[in-house]
Ligand binder design. Structure first.
Ligand code: PLP
Length: 485
């Protein structure tokens, strides 16, 4: 591309401006690399053989003074970055919540980056804004949500959850938005969770000024589900003590065991006391697309907000978390603040900057739209059913094997289990299972993670990757058994 020059005031020589060229070859190389990556999904070690600091050590201390060729940059990507990556797209990634990026959504990400809109106002991004509205309605129908609910896309469930709790605070006491919480006497705000609730709720309580100490852990039943009776008793006691119950967070698919809180019973209590109910279904919510798993969201229509993460179990690459709210006006009241330079003549359009902390927003709806169209609801259902069936089969293998045990119910695609030879105390079992985990992960063939359940160390196998086959799960089981030798 031709360079052109401009004369800047007070300088003698013109400054040369080199517009960026479009290097078709570079794009084609990247496209070919991505295609190859997915053609040989198991080619890399799922968990890399690197130590903390290795990547830093392989790179210069300073940014280059002169631009480098794409060849040089890409060569270092392949030499330094790829081998030091934990490959979430590997079919034997079984850790945390196993996720994967649909190639069609990766293409959409490239297109979104190309358009590079900042989707804060309708006029900065009409297509992004309206595609978000359309995909949110499509997804709401698939999940069986009330048609009047509004869907909003955020980066993560942590931020979507924070936004829901900010709305809960706004609904409870709108004065806080203007007056703040410092320097005046306010009742104590309380949030109700269980010990299984994801930690982002506590972070939100910190950020919103409620304070960690006012996050109340309600007792669970033996299957790790919130118990409604103690919830009611705690809310009543707090109210009688002059505190303000602000929100209950129920979880559908808890992080450790995927237990499902009884949303309908909890919602009745929330209504009785006028408390905001937020349902965190970050992982499991999408399974409600499958008719036989719609029960997961039973009662959710009585809640005030719900989070589901297409970037967890719906093949949308990081990041894409969806918040549904019954009353979008409360979220807008909590966050809308329009400086003069962002005023806009369209009075009948939605401006997504009004619904959260972020101003500029990525065009996330594009990849969700590509995924929904590429697989269709039936294609997604079929894949989720497959993952759940594989996890159930794995649990049967564990149960049938002497000295192995299942540690929690496994209604979905995650199994918590451990090796438990007789005659070992808890400390020995923890050390033994931690060693098994280290050994199987060190092979580079599989990657699992762990948790603690009622103080007991548990190995955790999560299935959620598009490319995982039965043979991958068989290999994991084989490696686990071999690691006990
Ligand atoms: N909620 C639940 C139940 C989770 O399991 C997780 C993460 O695993 C989160 C929220 C946080 O998700 P994100 O990484 O999107 O913030």
């Amino acid at each position: 591309m031709r360079a052109f020059s401009v004369q800047v005031a007070n300088t003698r020589s013109p400054i040369m401006i080199h517009p960026d060229g479009v290097e078709r070859d570079d794009f084609e190389r990247v496209a070919a690399w991505i295609a190859r990556y997915f053609e040989q999904p198991g080619a890399y070690r799922v968990f890399p053989q690197v130590r903390p600091g290795d990547v830093i050590g392989a790179l210069p201390a300073e940014a280059p003074e002169r631009g480098e060729s794409f060849d040089a940059i890409f060569a270092d990507f392949e030499r330094i970055v790829v081998p030091a990556t934990t490959h979430w797209n590997h079919p034997r990634f079984f850790a945390y919540f196993a996720t994967s990026a649909a190639p069609v959504a990766i293409a959409a990400e490239a297109l979104a980056a190309t358009l590079d809109v900042k989707a804060m106002l309708w006029r900065t991004s009409p297509a992004a804004t309206e595609l978000e509205m359309v995909t949110m309605r499509w997804l709401a129908r698939l999940l069986g949500l009330p048609p009047e609910w509004t869907g909003l896309i955020y980066d993560t469930a942590s931020i979507a959850g924070f936004t829901a709790l900010a709305a809960a605070r706004e609904a409870l006491d709108p004065s806080i938005r203007e007056e703040g919480i410092s320097g005046r006497a306010l009742p104590v705000l309380r949030v109700y969770i269980t010990e299984q609730t994801h930690s982002h709720v506590e972070k939100a309580a910190i950020a919103l000024g409620a304070g960690r100490r006012n996050v109340v852990r309600v007792e669970c039943d033996r299957d790790f589900r919130m118990r409604p009776d103690p919830l009611r008793a705690r809310i009543a006691a707090d109210r009688d003590a002059g505190m303000k119950p602000m929100a209950i967070v129920a979880t559908v698919g808890t992080t450790s065991t995927t237990s499902v809180d009884p949303v309908r019973a909890i919602a009745k209590i929330a209504r009785e006391f006028g408390v905001w109910l937020h349902v965190d279904a970050a992982y499991a919510g999408v399974a409600a697309i499958v008719p036989e798993f719609r029960y997961l969201l039973d009662g959710v229509e009585l809640a005030d907000s719900l989070v589901v993460n297409p970037h967890k179990w719906m093949f949308v690459p990081m990041d894409c978390s969806v918040l549904y709210v019954k009353n979008e006006a409360v979220v807008r009241q909590a966050f809308s603040l329009v400086p003069e330079y962002l005023t806009t003549p369209e009075t009948d359009a939605i401006n997504y900057m009004d619904y959260g902390l972020q101003l500029g927003r990525r065009f996330r709806a594009l990849k969700l739209w590509f995924v929904l169209r590429h697989y269709g609801a039936e294609g997604i259902r079929q894949r989720l059913r497959g993952h759940i069936a594989l996890a159930q089969e794995f649990a049967q293998w564990v149960r049938a094997e002497p000295h192995w045990e299942i540690l929690a119910p496994h209604p979905l695609s995650v199994v918590c289990f451990r090796y438990a030879p007789p005659g070992s105390d808890e400390a020995q079992l923890e050390a033994r299972n931690a060693a098994i985990l280290e050994a199987v992960n060190a092979t580079g063939d599989v990657f699992l993670s762990h948790t603690k359940i009622n103080g007991r160390y548990a190995l955790r196998l999560a299935i959620g990757n598009l490319r995982t086959q039965r043979s991958d799960v068989e290999l994991a089981w084989d490696l686990l058994k071999r690691a006990t030798a």
